[in-house]
Design a protein around this ligand. Structure first.
Ligand SMILES: [Zn+2]
Length: 428
Protein backbone atom coordinates (compact mmCIF):
# COMPACT_ATOMS: atom_id res chain seq x y z
CA UNK A 1 0.00 0.00 0.00
CA UNK A 2 1.27 3.42 -0.99
CA UNK A 3 0.57 6.56 1.07
CA UNK A 4 1.56 10.05 0.00
CA UNK A 5 1.63 13.08 2.26
CA UNK A 6 1.82 16.09 -0.05
CA UNK A 7 3.69 19.35 0.36
CA UNK A 8 4.39 19.27 4.11
CA UNK A 9 6.95 20.91 6.34
CA UNK A 10 8.73 17.75 7.47
CA UNK A 11 10.54 18.01 10.81
CA UNK A 12 12.72 14.98 10.17
CA UNK A 13 14.68 14.69 13.45
CA UNK A 14 17.43 13.08 11.35
CA UNK A 15 21.09 13.50 12.36
CA UNK A 16 21.21 17.01 10.83
CA UNK A 17 17.80 17.88 12.28
CA UNK A 18 16.67 18.96 8.82
CA UNK A 19 13.28 20.50 8.14
CA UNK A 20 12.33 19.64 4.56
CA UNK A 21 9.43 21.00 2.52
CA UNK A 22 7.94 18.47 0.14
CA UNK A 23 6.23 15.11 -0.19
CA UNK A 24 6.56 12.09 2.06
CA UNK A 25 6.08 8.65 0.55
CA UNK A 26 5.27 5.56 2.61
CA UNK A 27 5.10 2.06 1.14
CA UNK A 28 3.72 -0.78 3.26
CA UNK A 29 4.48 1.10 6.46
CA UNK A 30 8.07 1.99 5.56
CA UNK A 31 9.21 5.52 4.73
CA UNK A 32 10.45 5.45 1.15
CA UNK A 33 11.00 9.12 0.27
CA UNK A 34 11.37 12.28 2.33
CA UNK A 35 11.00 15.56 0.40
CA UNK A 36 10.93 16.36 -3.29
CA UNK A 37 7.85 15.90 -5.44
CA UNK A 38 6.43 12.44 -6.02
CA UNK A 39 4.70 11.99 -9.37
CA UNK A 40 1.68 9.77 -9.85
CA UNK A 41 -1.00 8.76 -7.40
CA UNK A 42 -1.19 6.59 -4.32
CA UNK A 43 -3.72 4.47 -2.45
CA UNK A 44 -3.99 7.20 0.21
CA UNK A 45 -3.12 10.83 -0.51
CA UNK A 46 -3.06 13.40 2.25
CA UNK A 47 -2.87 17.08 1.33
CA UNK A 48 -0.60 18.60 3.98
CA UNK A 49 0.13 21.96 2.31
CA UNK A 50 1.28 24.30 5.07
CA UNK A 51 1.03 21.58 7.69
CA UNK A 52 3.82 20.23 9.88
CA UNK A 53 4.83 16.57 10.01
CA UNK A 54 6.82 15.28 12.96
CA UNK A 55 7.81 11.77 14.07
CA UNK A 56 5.22 10.10 16.30
CA UNK A 57 5.89 11.14 19.89
CA UNK A 58 7.09 8.58 22.43
CA UNK A 59 5.87 8.69 26.04
CA UNK A 60 8.37 6.71 28.13
CA UNK A 61 6.51 6.57 31.42
CA UNK A 62 2.81 6.18 32.02
CA UNK A 63 0.14 4.00 33.57
CA UNK A 64 -2.31 4.29 30.71
CA UNK A 65 -5.32 2.59 32.20
CA UNK A 66 -5.42 5.17 34.99
CA UNK A 67 -6.90 7.57 32.42
CA UNK A 68 -10.35 7.08 33.95
CA UNK A 69 -8.99 8.06 37.39
CA UNK A 70 -7.96 11.56 36.36
CA UNK A 71 -8.79 14.33 38.81
CA UNK A 72 -9.79 12.02 41.67
CA UNK A 73 -6.88 12.91 43.96
CA UNK A 74 -5.74 16.42 43.15
CA UNK A 75 -4.19 19.02 45.41
CA UNK A 76 -3.46 16.59 48.26
CA UNK A 77 -0.30 15.98 50.30
CA UNK A 78 1.58 12.95 48.92
CA UNK A 79 0.62 10.39 51.64
CA UNK A 80 -3.08 11.27 51.31
CA UNK A 81 -2.78 11.17 47.53
CA UNK A 82 -1.32 7.64 47.72
CA UNK A 83 -3.99 6.43 50.16
CA UNK A 84 -6.78 7.68 47.94
CA UNK A 85 -5.36 6.27 44.70
CA UNK A 86 -4.44 2.90 46.22
CA UNK A 87 -7.91 2.55 47.74
CA UNK A 88 -9.60 3.10 44.37
CA UNK A 89 -7.00 1.09 42.45
CA UNK A 90 -7.56 -1.96 44.66
CA UNK A 91 -11.24 -2.03 43.61
CA UNK A 92 -10.55 -2.00 39.88
CA UNK A 93 -12.05 -4.72 37.72
CA UNK A 94 -10.90 -5.94 34.32
CA UNK A 95 -13.62 -3.81 32.77
CA UNK A 96 -12.24 -0.66 34.44
CA UNK A 97 -8.73 -1.42 33.26
CA UNK A 98 -9.88 -2.08 29.70
CA UNK A 99 -11.99 1.10 29.66
CA UNK A 100 -9.12 3.14 31.09
CA UNK A 101 -6.61 1.80 28.58
CA UNK A 102 -8.92 2.55 25.65
CA UNK A 103 -9.59 6.09 26.94
CA UNK A 104 -5.85 6.63 27.40
CA UNK A 105 -5.10 5.40 23.88
CA UNK A 106 -7.64 7.85 22.43
CA UNK A 107 -6.03 10.69 24.39
CA UNK A 108 -2.58 9.70 23.19
CA UNK A 109 -3.60 9.38 19.55
CA UNK A 110 -5.31 12.78 19.67
CA UNK A 111 -2.13 14.38 21.00
CA UNK A 112 0.29 12.68 18.62
CA UNK A 113 1.74 9.87 20.73
CA UNK A 114 2.31 6.68 18.75
CA UNK A 115 4.48 4.74 21.23
CA UNK A 116 4.30 4.52 25.00
CA UNK A 117 6.06 2.66 27.77
CA UNK A 118 3.59 1.50 30.38
CA UNK A 119 4.06 0.19 33.93
CA UNK A 120 1.09 -1.62 35.48
CA UNK A 121 -0.40 -4.98 36.25
CA UNK A 122 -2.98 -6.63 33.94
CA UNK A 123 -0.98 -5.63 30.87
CA UNK A 124 -2.70 -8.48 29.02
CA UNK A 125 -5.94 -6.48 29.17
CA UNK A 126 -4.17 -3.26 28.26
CA UNK A 127 -2.50 -4.99 25.29
CA UNK A 128 -5.88 -5.69 23.74
CA UNK A 129 -6.84 -2.01 23.88
CA UNK A 130 -3.48 -0.99 22.41
CA UNK A 131 -3.85 -3.54 19.65
CA UNK A 132 -7.22 -2.11 18.73
CA UNK A 133 -5.96 1.47 18.93
CA UNK A 134 -3.24 0.64 16.42
CA UNK A 135 -0.37 2.31 18.31
CA UNK A 136 2.76 0.80 19.86
CA UNK A 137 2.69 -0.26 23.49
CA UNK A 138 5.78 -1.34 25.37
CA UNK A 139 3.99 -2.90 28.29
CA UNK A 140 5.93 -3.43 31.50
CA UNK A 141 4.15 -5.82 33.84
CA UNK A 142 4.63 -4.50 37.39
CA UNK A 143 6.80 -6.78 39.52
CA UNK A 144 7.07 -6.28 43.27
CA UNK A 145 7.40 -8.34 46.44
CA UNK A 146 4.44 -10.62 46.93
CA UNK A 147 3.65 -9.19 50.37
CA UNK A 148 2.88 -5.77 48.85
CA UNK A 149 0.87 -6.75 45.79
CA UNK A 150 -2.83 -7.02 45.05
CA UNK A 151 -2.00 -9.30 42.09
CA UNK A 152 -3.03 -12.90 42.49
CA UNK A 153 0.01 -15.16 42.31
CA UNK A 154 3.67 -14.24 42.02
CA UNK A 155 4.07 -10.94 40.08
CA UNK A 156 7.25 -12.07 38.28
CA UNK A 157 5.53 -15.28 37.17
CA UNK A 158 2.55 -13.20 35.98
CA UNK A 159 4.98 -10.99 34.04
CA UNK A 160 6.60 -14.03 32.43
CA UNK A 161 3.23 -15.46 31.47
CA UNK A 162 2.24 -12.14 29.89
CA UNK A 163 5.48 -12.09 27.90
CA UNK A 164 5.02 -15.65 26.68
CA UNK A 165 1.43 -14.94 25.68
CA UNK A 166 2.06 -11.70 23.80
CA UNK A 167 5.60 -11.94 22.42
CA UNK A 168 5.89 -11.54 18.67
CA UNK A 169 2.63 -9.60 18.29
CA UNK A 170 2.76 -6.56 16.07
CA UNK A 171 3.19 -3.27 17.95
CA UNK A 172 2.90 -4.97 21.37
CA UNK A 173 6.23 -5.27 23.17
CA UNK A 174 6.05 -7.07 26.51
CA UNK A 175 8.47 -5.64 29.07
CA UNK A 176 9.35 -6.06 32.72
CA UNK A 177 8.28 -3.37 35.17
CA UNK A 178 9.38 -2.89 38.77
CA UNK A 179 7.40 -0.72 41.15
CA UNK A 180 10.44 0.66 43.00
CA UNK A 181 12.88 0.14 45.88
CA UNK A 182 10.13 0.68 48.47
CA UNK A 183 8.31 -2.57 47.54
CA UNK A 184 11.00 -4.65 45.79
CA UNK A 185 13.71 -6.70 47.52
CA UNK A 186 17.17 -7.31 46.06
CA UNK A 187 16.00 -10.77 45.04
CA UNK A 188 12.97 -9.32 43.24
CA UNK A 189 15.14 -6.77 41.38
CA UNK A 190 17.64 -9.40 40.29
CA UNK A 191 15.00 -11.95 39.28
CA UNK A 192 13.34 -9.33 37.08
CA UNK A 193 16.71 -8.27 35.63
CA UNK A 194 17.66 -11.84 34.76
CA UNK A 195 14.39 -12.52 32.97
CA UNK A 196 14.55 -9.21 31.07
CA UNK A 197 18.13 -9.74 29.89
CA UNK A 198 17.63 -13.40 28.99
CA UNK A 199 14.71 -12.39 26.79
CA UNK A 200 16.00 -9.01 25.54
CA UNK A 201 13.12 -7.13 27.19
CA UNK A 202 12.98 -3.56 28.40
CA UNK A 203 13.14 -3.12 32.18
CA UNK A 204 11.40 -0.07 33.60
CA UNK A 205 10.99 1.13 37.18
CA UNK A 206 10.36 4.14 39.40
CA UNK A 207 13.60 5.62 40.74
CA UNK A 208 14.09 8.35 43.35
CA UNK A 209 10.76 10.08 42.85
CA UNK A 210 10.50 11.38 46.42
CA UNK A 211 12.88 12.38 49.18
CA UNK A 212 11.21 9.87 51.52
CA UNK A 213 12.01 7.06 49.07
CA UNK A 214 15.68 8.08 49.26
CA UNK A 215 15.83 8.34 53.07
CA UNK A 216 13.92 5.05 53.55
CA UNK A 217 16.30 3.27 51.18
CA UNK A 218 19.31 4.72 53.01
CA UNK A 219 17.91 3.40 56.27
CA UNK A 220 17.09 -0.04 54.84
CA UNK A 221 20.01 -0.64 52.47
CA UNK A 222 22.56 1.89 53.71
CA UNK A 223 22.62 3.54 50.28
CA UNK A 224 20.61 5.91 48.10
CA UNK A 225 18.37 4.09 45.54
CA UNK A 226 20.64 4.68 42.52
CA UNK A 227 23.76 3.65 44.44
CA UNK A 228 21.98 0.60 45.86
CA UNK A 229 20.71 -0.59 42.46
CA UNK A 230 24.19 -0.08 41.04
CA UNK A 231 25.82 -1.99 43.92
CA UNK A 232 23.62 -5.08 43.44
CA UNK A 233 24.38 -5.12 39.70
CA UNK A 234 20.81 -4.38 38.70
CA UNK A 235 21.42 -1.40 36.40
CA UNK A 236 22.01 -2.20 32.72
CA UNK A 237 21.34 -0.89 29.22
CA UNK A 238 17.81 -2.35 29.05
CA UNK A 239 16.70 -0.13 31.96
CA UNK A 240 14.50 2.96 31.76
CA UNK A 241 14.34 4.69 35.15
CA UNK A 242 11.28 6.91 35.62
CA UNK A 243 11.50 10.21 37.54
CA UNK A 244 15.18 10.08 38.63
CA UNK A 245 14.45 13.37 40.41
CA UNK A 246 16.51 13.00 43.60
CA UNK A 247 19.89 11.90 42.26
CA UNK A 248 23.44 12.75 43.25
CA UNK A 249 26.17 13.16 40.64
CA UNK A 250 27.49 9.78 41.76
CA UNK A 251 24.17 8.17 40.90
CA UNK A 252 24.05 9.97 37.54
CA UNK A 253 27.50 8.54 36.77
CA UNK A 254 26.31 5.05 37.80
CA UNK A 255 23.36 5.30 35.40
CA UNK A 256 25.68 6.49 32.63
CA UNK A 257 28.21 3.71 33.24
CA UNK A 258 25.48 1.05 33.10
CA UNK A 259 23.79 2.53 30.01
CA UNK A 260 20.55 3.02 31.99
CA UNK A 261 18.13 5.53 30.44
CA UNK A 262 15.91 8.06 32.17
CA UNK A 263 12.29 9.10 31.72
CA UNK A 264 11.81 12.49 33.32
CA UNK A 265 8.25 13.34 34.43
CA UNK A 266 8.14 17.08 35.17
CA UNK A 267 4.36 17.61 35.44
CA UNK A 268 3.92 14.71 37.84
CA UNK A 269 6.82 15.84 40.05
CA UNK A 270 5.58 19.42 40.13
CA UNK A 271 1.93 18.55 40.71
CA UNK A 272 2.76 16.25 43.63
CA UNK A 273 5.28 18.82 44.86
CA UNK A 274 7.82 16.09 45.52
CA UNK A 275 10.53 18.70 45.32
CA UNK A 276 13.21 16.98 43.27
CA UNK A 277 14.14 18.11 39.77
CA UNK A 278 15.85 15.55 37.55
CA UNK A 279 19.42 16.83 36.98
CA UNK A 280 19.22 16.85 33.18
CA UNK A 281 22.32 18.99 32.51
CA UNK A 282 24.46 16.51 34.48
CA UNK A 283 22.79 13.59 32.74
CA UNK A 284 23.60 15.11 29.34
CA UNK A 285 27.21 15.83 30.39
CA UNK A 286 27.66 12.21 31.45
CA UNK A 287 25.98 10.73 28.38
CA UNK A 288 22.75 9.45 29.92
CA UNK A 289 19.95 9.04 27.36
CA UNK A 290 17.01 11.11 28.60
CA UNK A 291 13.38 10.91 27.47
CA UNK A 292 10.03 12.29 28.67
CA UNK A 293 7.06 10.65 30.40
CA UNK A 294 3.71 12.00 31.50
CA UNK A 295 3.27 9.47 34.33
CA UNK A 296 -0.30 8.32 35.05
CA UNK A 297 -3.43 10.40 34.84
CA UNK A 298 -3.82 10.78 38.61
CA UNK A 299 -0.58 12.75 38.82
CA UNK A 300 -0.56 14.82 35.66
CA UNK A 301 -3.60 14.66 34.61
CA UNK A 302 -2.88 14.68 30.92
CA UNK A 303 -1.25 12.36 28.42
CA UNK A 304 -0.44 15.27 26.05
CA UNK A 305 3.31 15.25 25.43
CA UNK A 306 3.20 18.74 23.94
CA UNK A 307 2.27 20.10 27.36
CA UNK A 308 4.91 17.88 28.94
CA UNK A 309 7.66 19.10 26.61
CA UNK A 310 6.94 22.76 27.34
CA UNK A 311 6.73 22.15 31.08
CA UNK A 312 9.99 20.22 31.05
CA UNK A 313 11.80 23.03 29.32
CA UNK A 314 10.40 25.68 31.65
CA UNK A 315 11.12 23.65 34.80
CA UNK A 316 14.75 23.07 33.85
CA UNK A 317 15.27 26.73 32.90
CA UNK A 318 13.62 28.04 36.06
CA UNK A 319 15.44 25.56 38.27
CA UNK A 320 18.89 26.47 36.93
CA UNK A 321 18.26 30.17 36.33
CA UNK A 322 19.51 29.45 32.83
CA UNK A 323 17.36 29.83 29.68
CA UNK A 324 19.97 27.95 27.61
CA UNK A 325 19.85 24.78 29.69
CA UNK A 326 17.26 22.96 27.57
CA UNK A 327 16.58 24.51 24.12
CA UNK A 328 13.47 23.72 22.07
CA UNK A 329 15.30 21.44 19.63
CA UNK A 330 16.72 19.37 22.48
CA UNK A 331 13.28 19.02 24.10
CA UNK A 332 11.83 17.72 20.83
CA UNK A 333 14.74 15.27 20.64
CA UNK A 334 13.86 13.88 24.08
CA UNK A 335 10.30 13.04 22.97
CA UNK A 336 11.34 11.57 19.59
CA UNK A 337 14.77 10.21 18.67
CA UNK A 338 16.21 10.13 22.20
CA UNK A 339 13.05 8.40 23.47
CA UNK A 340 13.37 5.86 20.65
CA UNK A 341 16.93 5.25 21.89
CA UNK A 342 15.65 4.90 25.46
CA UNK A 343 13.27 2.12 24.44
CA UNK A 344 15.88 0.55 22.14
CA UNK A 345 13.83 1.16 19.00
CA UNK A 346 15.80 3.95 17.32
CA UNK A 347 16.50 1.71 14.32
CA UNK A 348 12.72 1.67 13.67
CA UNK A 349 11.17 4.90 14.93
CA UNK A 350 11.96 8.33 16.41
CA UNK A 351 12.81 10.18 13.17
CA UNK A 352 11.49 10.58 9.65
CA UNK A 353 14.11 8.86 7.51
CA UNK A 354 14.07 6.48 4.57
CA UNK A 355 13.85 2.90 5.80
CA UNK A 356 12.20 3.66 9.15
CA UNK A 357 8.63 2.74 10.02
CA UNK A 358 6.07 5.44 9.28
CA UNK A 359 5.01 6.70 12.71
CA UNK A 360 3.98 10.20 11.69
CA UNK A 361 2.00 13.06 13.17
CA UNK A 362 0.54 15.86 11.06
CA UNK A 363 -0.22 19.14 12.83
CA UNK A 364 -2.46 21.84 11.45
CA UNK A 365 0.07 24.42 10.31
CA UNK A 366 -2.71 26.92 9.70
CA UNK A 367 -3.73 27.06 13.37
CA UNK A 368 -3.43 30.53 14.90
CA UNK A 369 -1.12 29.36 17.69
CA UNK A 370 1.34 28.00 15.10
CA UNK A 371 1.46 31.18 13.00
CA UNK A 372 3.43 33.00 11.74
CA UNK A 373 4.70 29.82 10.08
CA UNK A 374 8.39 30.24 9.35
CA UNK A 375 10.86 27.39 8.80
CA UNK A 376 13.30 28.76 11.37
CA UNK A 377 10.68 28.93 14.14
CA UNK A 378 8.78 25.69 13.55
CA UNK A 379 10.56 23.79 16.32
CA UNK A 380 10.14 26.61 18.83
CA UNK A 381 6.46 26.79 17.93
CA UNK A 382 6.12 23.04 18.47
CA UNK A 383 7.58 23.23 21.98
CA UNK A 384 6.36 26.58 23.31
CA UNK A 385 3.15 27.30 21.36
CA UNK A 386 1.46 24.07 20.33
CA UNK A 387 -0.85 21.60 22.04
CA UNK A 388 -2.26 18.16 21.32
CA UNK A 389 -5.33 19.83 19.83
CA UNK A 390 -3.21 20.88 16.83
CA UNK A 391 -2.83 17.24 15.76
CA UNK A 392 -4.95 16.42 12.68
CA UNK A 393 -3.71 13.09 11.42
CA UNK A 394 -1.64 10.29 12.97
CA UNK A 395 -0.04 7.32 11.24
CA UNK A 396 1.42 4.41 13.15
CA UNK A 397 3.31 1.76 11.23
CA UNK A 398 1.99 3.41 8.07
CA UNK A 399 -1.66 3.09 9.02
CA UNK A 400 -3.81 6.15 9.72
CA UNK A 401 -5.10 5.78 13.28
CA UNK A 402 -6.52 9.30 13.08
CA UNK A 403 -7.41 11.02 9.83
CA UNK A 404 -8.41 14.67 9.71
CA UNK A 405 -9.47 14.71 13.34
CA UNK A 406 -11.34 11.39 13.29
CA UNK A 407 -9.95 8.39 15.19
CA UNK A 408 -10.27 5.55 12.70
CA UNK A 409 -9.34 2.52 14.77
CA UNK A 410 -11.84 2.83 17.61
CA UNK A 411 -15.37 4.04 18.13
CA UNK A 412 -14.28 7.09 20.09
CA UNK A 413 -17.74 8.01 21.36
CA UNK A 414 -18.22 4.51 22.76
CA UNK A 415 -14.74 4.46 24.30
CA UNK A 416 -15.40 7.73 26.12
CA UNK A 417 -18.86 6.61 27.32
CA UNK A 418 -17.47 3.27 28.55
CA UNK A 419 -14.74 5.14 30.42
CA UNK A 420 -17.33 7.40 32.04
CA UNK A 421 -19.46 4.39 33.05
CA UNK A 422 -16.40 2.66 34.54
CA UNK A 423 -15.39 5.80 36.45
CA UNK A 424 -18.93 6.26 37.76
CA UNK A 425 -19.24 2.69 38.99
CA UNK A 426 -15.77 2.77 40.53
CA UNK A 427 -16.03 6.13 42.22
CA UNK A 428 -19.74 6.12 43.05
ZN1 LIG B 1 4.74 6.23 37.56
Amino acid sequence: MLTLIRDANIVTQNAERQIIRGDLMVRDGTIEQVGGTVRGSADVEIDAAGDIVIPGLINTHTHVSMAILKSIADDLPFPQFLNKVFAVDAKRTERDIRAGAAQGCVEMIRSGTTTFLDLYYSEDIIAKAVDQAGIRGILGWAVLDQQFTTQSGDPLENCKRFHQQFKGRERIYPAVGLQGVYVCSTETFLGARDYALENDLLLTFHLSETRKEVSDCKRKEGKRPGDYLSSIGFLNDHCVAAHAAWLTINEVRALAAAGTKVSTCPCSNMKLATGGVAPLPEMFQNGVTVSVGTDGSTTNNSLDLFGEMKTLSLLQKANRWDPTVLPAQKVLDLATIEAARAVRMDHLIGSIEVGKRADLVILNGKAANLRPARADTIVSNLIYSSCGGNVKTVLCDGRAVMLDGVVTTMDEEKVLLDAEDAANSLLG
